[in-house]
Design a protein around this ligand. Structure first.
Ligand SMILES: [Fe+2]
Length: 205
């Protein structure tokens, strides 16, 4: 990749600009923050986050959006979370996580434009508010995708078991989550894959 040695607006090498450094490190910083928060909140399962990240990387390339912004949003979208099923924190985690993430984005000196994209991606990942960019649309699809994979459903089933949820109730919750997330998927390629996966998952239950 060829980049200009000097920024047009500031008379110092582009690589010495704080925002450039932070943009390069923002995924790492978000991952570390989410890891810390996952331990503290005891949810969601780190394995589920990894499924969303893997899908986020794939969709970013396919739909030509900035992978760094997608991955950062995916890591930060559940920084405030709770294992309590449909509790207040679970219900409001997009807004709560966005508020929490904003403090860190400021601290990391992420520029205003990127902040707006990341914060909207976090807030819109459950479709409660509209997505304002293609990046946010990719984030929503990658995030929903974790619950429409056999692996993701098994991880959730295991999690519910660890929380002493009775087996039949856990199966119902996994199916409920799967259907809800499938309905939020908008990208054609993702939708097709989700439909196929869901048929296979329902055969297992
Ligand atoms: Fe979420």
């Amino acid at each position: 990749m060829s980049l200009p040695l000097f920024s047009k607006t500031k008379h110092k090498p582009f690589y010495l600009e704080t925002s450039y450094y932070n943009k390069m490190n923002i995924v790492k910083l978000s991952k570390e923050l989410m890891f810390k928060q996952t331990k503290k909140n005891k949810a969601p399962s780190w394995l589920l986050t990894e499924i969303a990240i893997k899908k986020g990387k794939e969709l970013s390339k396919k739909h030509k959006v900035d992978e760094k912004l997608v991955l950062t949003s995916l890591y930060l979208a559940h920084t405030i979370f709770s294992p309590i099923w449909k509790g207040k924190i679970q219900q409001n985690h997009p807004k709560l996580s966005s508020k929490f993430a904003k403090k860190y984005l400021n601290k990391w000196k992420v520029n205003k434009n990127d902040q707006e994209i990341i914060l909207n991606s976090i807030e819109a990942h459950h479709n409660k508010v509209p997505t304002k960019s293609k990046t946010a649309e990719v984030v929503k699809n990658a995030e929903c995708f974790k619950f429409v994979t056999i692996e993701g459903c098994l991880i959730l089933l295991h999690e519910l078991g660890l929380r002493k949820t009775p087996f039949e109730e856990s199966i119902d919750k996994v199916k409920q989550k799967m259907e809800q997330k499938k309905s939020l998927i908008t990208l054609t390629d993702c939708k097709k894959e989700a439909e196929k996966n869901c048929k296979e998952i329902l055969k297992l239950s």
